[in-house]
Design a protein around this ligand. Structure first.
Ligand code: ZN
Length: 449
């Protein structure tokens, strides 16, 4: 073939390729992104999304555990993004992937979008943590440069670097609450309030604290906690938490994680109360938690992993957690899902409230009294519902299903559009790729792209 012909062929091929690209049939797919990594969404780091004027904005942990933000317009059925919104200090330079800093997103009353991410107790180079210990990364707060525009972001230097498991909530008066563990494993859980659209935050308020102990055999340990915060009716905060006995020696270290506790914080005056209405001084210690706020005492050899807690429409709390046997080893699974509710006098609930393979999810309360839970696990994500106040649940609707996959669901967005209520990350067990598909799901399944 002479040179001229080769050139013609080459040009034709490139034109054909361009036409092919334009004319490529765009069969819609169920996912909106494929660059999520590891445990890309979770229940503690929340919300993962917010609905605002017909658009749902979402954030998830993408490549290198950096935060990515996308938006879906329900009127025009179009997607924007995902855009890389910031750079986490975790999982860089070949270090192990660390999912603790997955993002939480909230929109302030002026329309600016805030994302916090990247924290796992902060690297020791950030100095001494006044409320606990340090580990890796740094909690970073970024805000969109323009209202409701996810394309460009800037960092605000107004939160401590030490945060882990950041969650955000906005009250009806516009105050933004930022809840987090103030450091690594052995740190207080705190919250901070911003009354100026997230531009400044008041000093942290410690909710639970960690004391050092020595048992009767002279073995040393420290208190460690996992807390979930949610906003309920009358803007009461519900704090749901579990206790981890953190040994200084390996007995083994992660042998004991137990019990579920609840208490409320009144956002009008910051007072904390137990379910009997008794006021409790913060921060809570292990002794005080046992005396005043215990909801479920779990068996000694049961590894209890915190899920979520919410106040129902009557102001009574409901909690979900998972648990498995931890005898003689660090717990690795399998874990069973539990659902408990308080009726004003006592806690009732059960193991395997949902199918045993469906372990983690979130709940919401419908005006008709129905409780709906979105649960993910092995092989599927499904809505389950209860019409008896949470005593029993039945499967209502499968949202995603693939026998090769394991699904992680985010917490439910509090003000969601019915078609877009949570994010789901898919771990395809038949694939070696580190990347995960991300789905935005609602009542009837995922929003296609
Ligand atoms: Zn520990």
């Amino acid at each position: 073939m002479n040179t001229k012909l080769t050139r013609i062929f080459a040009v034709s091929a490139s034109i054909l390729a361009a036409i092919h690209c334009i004319a490529k049939p765009t069969k819609p797919v169920d996912f909106f992104a494929e660059n999520a990594v590891a445990n890309a969404v979770g229940l503690l780091q929340h919300p993962a999304g917010q609905h605002h004027n017909g658009i749902t904005y979402v954030a998830y942990q993408g490549s290198l555990t950096d935060p990515y933000v996308a938006a879906y317009n329900h009127t025009t059925d179009t997607w924007t993004g995902p855009f890389k919104a910031g750079t986490s200090e975790l999982s860089k330079n070949g270090s192990k992937t660390d999912s603790h800093g997955k993002p939480a997103l909230i929109i302030d009353d002026a329309g600016y979008i805030h994302v916090i991410f990247g924290g796992h107790g902060a690297d020791e180079s950030y100095g001494k943590n006044p409320r606990g210990n340090t580990h890796h990364g740094r909690m970073i707060h970024i805000v969109s440069k323009r209202p409701l525009d996810i394309t460009e972001w800037e960092e605000l230097d107004n939160i401590p670097p030490f945060g882990t498991y950041g969650h955000l909530a906005k009250l009806s008066n516009g105050d933004i609450y930022y809840f987090f563990r103030h450091g690594a494993h052995r740190s207080h859980w705190v919250y901070q309030i911003s009354r100026d659209n997230g531009r400044t935050f008041e000093e942290p308020i410690s909710v639970v604290k960690n004391l050092a102990h020595t048992d009767d055999q002279g073995r040393k340990y420290q208190d460690s906690w996992y807390c979930h915060f949610s906003v309920g009716p009358d803007e009461q905060l519900l704090v749901t938490y579990t206790y981890h006995k953190c040994w200084n020696i390996d007995v083994p270290h992660s042998h004991e994680q137990r019990n579920v506790y609840v208490m409320t914080i009144d956002t009008r005056d910051g007072t904390c109360r137990n379910l009997q209405g008794e006021q409790i001084a913060l921060p809570i210690t292990k002794d005080l938690a046992d005396q005043k706020t215990l909801a479920v005492r779990t068996p000694e050899h049961q590894w209890t992993s915190l899920g979520v807690g919410h106040l129902g429409s009557n102001g009574m709390p409901h909690i979900m957690y998972t648990a498995g046997d931890s005898r003689g080893r660090r717990f690795k699974g399998p874990e069973a899902p539990y659902y408990f509710r308080y009726d004003g006098k006592q806690w009732t609930g059960s193991k395997n409230a949902f199918a045993p393979e469906l372990s983690r999810g979130d709940m919401k309360f419908s005006p008709n009294g129905e409780i709906r839970t979105l649960i993910g696990g092995l092989g599927k994500v499904a809505w389950w519902k209860s019409t008896d106040g949470g005593l029993t649940f039945s499967e209502d609707k499968i949202v995603l299903a693939n026998t090769n996959s394991r699904y992680l669901v985010s917490s439910l967005f509090s003000n969601a559009h019915p078609n877009a209520q949570a994010l789901v990350a898919e771990i395809d067990r038949s694939s070696d790729s580190p990347n995960r598909r991300m789905y935005l799901v609602g009542n009837d399944g995922p929003i296609k792209r």
